[in-house]
Design a protein around this ligand. Structure first.
Ligand SMILES: [Zn+2]
Ligand SMILES: [Zn+2]
Length: 343
């Protein structure tokens, strides 16, 4: 089968690989029907993910149909349509039992990083009962495509931010993950939602699809929040952008005693200037997604409460995936997300 493979820093190729087989009793083999490209894939290509192994098949956002399962898989059976979770987790260790699956002692981000991922025809998924979420009949592959990765991140970010109906929520960044976060923040019906985004086309996308959301750019963000909140600032801030100044923007725009959630992955160190924020009494929450709510997210999609299909702006067959990478990496043609079909 054809597999988009990370050869070494800066180089990936479509190469022929054998179809994967079940290795452990909790594995499943899934025939991939649709996959996507994530900015984390670009981080691997740029050599910014040290744990990524040379020779692995890229891809950790995908859906498919289960082809076979190991003897200890109980919840999933061949023929099931499933979304694949970016995180591999055992479900039994100290962290998994508490829902902190990102810190699973025998898992974490493995697919498309440390083991073969899904930008190919078939993928082996370890701990299949935890890593696969069945897709209901009324949910399409495109609707389910982001459940296991960026939508999990958005859902988790909104959940840990403790949003109430009285809150003014600021989301910094309207890229794919920022938009998924916006979809999930809306589930909590906050009083007001403000989205701050530097890119003009992305601001247009938000105003077109979410007319009730206030959209602003970084230089205006503080002023607009001050006007809106009688000079207090945002009650809740979610930083998804990961830009040079966006961490500072996040805590500056927060009111005293606010919660500031940092989902962004930075390329540089950030400064937490405690003397400047003394007495502001902020609560910071940081880190990588605990993708433990895929079942709930799938149900919300099935009920029509979350819809991320509008994020798919471009579609390519697997044989043209390198073109899709180029378009995505260079943000050509106002791309937000690409969907990769089997040829
Ligand atoms: Zn990703
Ligand atoms: Zn675990």
């Amino acid at each position: 089968m054809k597999a988009l493979t990370y050869i070494e820093h800066g180089r990936f190729e479509m190469i022929e690989k054998p179809k994967p087989r079940i290795i452990n009793s909790k594995d499943a083999i899934v025939k991939v029907t649709l996959s996507s490209i994530c900015s984390s894939d670009l981080h691997i290509l740029h050599g910014a993910v040290p744990q990524a192994k040379n020779g692995i098949t890229l891809g950790h956002e995908m859906v498919g149909v289960v082809e076979s399962t190991g003897p200890e898989v109980t919840k999933i059976k061949p023929g099931d349509r499933v979304a694949i979770n970016v995180e591999t987790f055992c479900g039994e260790c100290f962290y998994c039992r508490r829902g902190y699956v990102n810190n699973c002692t025998s898992g974490g981000w493995m697919l498309g990083c440390r083991i073969d991922g899904g930008q190919t025809e078939y993928v082996r998924v370890p701990y299949a009962d935890n890593g696969l979420t069945p897709i209901p009949d009324n949910v399409s592959d495109e609707q389910a495509l982001f459940v296991g990765d960026i939508l999990s991140t958005g859902y988790w970010a909104a959940k840990i931010t403790e949003i109430s109906t009285e809150d003014t929520v600021l989301i910094i960044g309207a890229g794919p993950t920022g938009l998924c976060t916006l979809e999930c923040v809306r589930l909590y019906n906050p009083h007001r939602t403000v989205v701050c985004e530097a890119d003009e086309n992305r601001r247009k996308f938000v105003s077109q699809h979410y007319p009730d959301v206030c959209i602003t750019e970084p230089s205006e963000c503080g002023k607009i929040l001050n006007e809106m909140t009688d000079g207090q600032g945002a009650d809740r801030v979610i930083e998804v952008a990961g830009g040079n100044d966006t961490f500072e923007l996040a805590w500056r725009c927060a009111r005293p005693n606010a919660i500031v959630t940092i989902v962004a992955l930075y390329e540089k160190e950030q400064i937490l200037p405690l003397p400047w924020m003394y007495g502001k009494n902020l609560t910071f929450k940081t880190g990588g997604v605990d993708a433990c709510d895929c079942g709930k997210i799938m149900q919300l999609i099935s009920e029509g409460k979350i819809d991320t299909t509008r994020l798919i702006t471009h579609r390519f067959p697997l044989s043209c995936i390198k073109e899709a990478y180029e378009l995505f990496a260079n943000r050509e043609d106002n791309v937000i997300k690409t969907a990769i079909y089997q040829d």
